[in-house]
Design a protein around this ligand. Structure first.
Ligand SMILES: Nc1ncnc2c1ncn2[C@@H]1O[C@H](COP(=O)(O)OP(=O)(O)OP(=O)(O)O)[C@@H](O)[C@H]1O
Ligand SMILES: [Mg+2]
Length: 265
């Protein structure tokens, strides 16, 4: 399908080819294909149970594909472990928060710095190796500043308000030096102000760190305002793809998913 962004001349950073993922008798993803271009913010939307999270799980190595391919940076990485993909800069966040609640905000981001490192032992990361520790500390503080969380560095992650926890989750992901970041419902449970702030952060991460962003989200206003390309899934397959304008006016999309949500956006 035609990609109308400025980045369309470069080869895709991610290609999903005829992806199938079944769970017993349930086919969660069925012959689904997708291209994501470098430097873009690419939305993946669709009704509940459409197969969006499963697609992320396969792309990021949490599940092996039943068939089909995931090509990342031109290389077939289908079925590779999440840790191997993280080392290549493919990092995902989860539909809920996955922070270490009993650790400080700063330590969460410091751990993120080592998510892609081979020697990933917590005790080594948080204290034993002085040089590594100092570098991680500097980097983590820079990231916290970028995210406006520097004053909360020593707070326990558990004590942050929900919106800040989600921002921290993205800060942790950024610490791992992603080239492609997969965000699953980054705005869920946020109030409008928190959502606005998170949208700014997603743009900032793309613009300042050259990270390509792919995100799943049900908040249509956020998706339409943020994503240059939107892919719509339904029943595990591709329903439509295009700019927000193309998607929001597509009759099949309106019927399957958007309905009144599009009027609100
Ligand atoms: N581990 C699993 N075992 C069995 N079935 C699963 C598993 N993961 C997902 N499914 C099923 O696959 C289908 C797609 O689920 P998925 O979580 O990918 O949807 P989604 O598009 O992310 O939905 P939502 O918008 O509600 O998050 C659903 O029918 C779901 O029940
Ligand atoms: Mg989901």
């Amino acid at each position: 399908m035609l990609n109308t962004t400025m980045t369309s001349t470069k080869p895709p950073i991610l290609q999903v080819r005829e992806l199938v993922r079944a769970f017993g008798g349930i086919i969660a993803v069925h012959a689904f294909s997708l291209d994501v271009y470098p430097g873009s913010i690419h939305g993946l939307i669709g009704p509940n149970g459409a197969g969006k999270t499963t697609t992320f799980n396969v792309i990021s190595g949490f599940y092996a594909p039943s068939s089909g391919q995931v090509i990342y940076l031109g290389e077939d990485v289908s079925g590779r472990a999440t840790s191997a993909l993280a080392e290549l800069g493919l990092i995902r966040t989860f539909q809920g928060t996955t922070l270490f609640h009993e650790l400080s905000v700063l330590d969460n981001v410091r751990l993120g710095c080592h998510r892609s490192a081979k020697a990933g032992l917590v005790k080594r990361i948080l204290g034993r190796d002085r040089t590594t520790e100092a570098a991680a500390d500097r980097k983590a503080r820079d990231i916290l500043e970028l995210f406006g969380l520097q004053d909360q560095a020593d707070e326990l992650a558990a004590n942050l308000p929900h919106g800040h926890q989600r921002a921290l989750g993205m800060a942790v992901a950024l610490a791992a030096d992603p080239k492609l970041m997969l965000l699953d419902e980054p705005f869920t449970g946020m109030n409008p102000e928190e959502t606005r702030r998170m949208i700014e952060l997603v743009r900032l991460v793309r613009d300042e760190h050259s990270v390509t962003i792919m995100l799943i989200e049900h908040d249509m206003q956020a998706v339409m305002g943020l994503c240059e390309t939107i892919t719509v899934m339904n029943f595990g397959t591709l329903l439509a793809e295009g700019t927000s304008e193309e998607v929001r006016t597509n009759p099949a999309v309106i019927e399957a998913y958007l309905g009144s949500a599009v009027d609100a956006a």
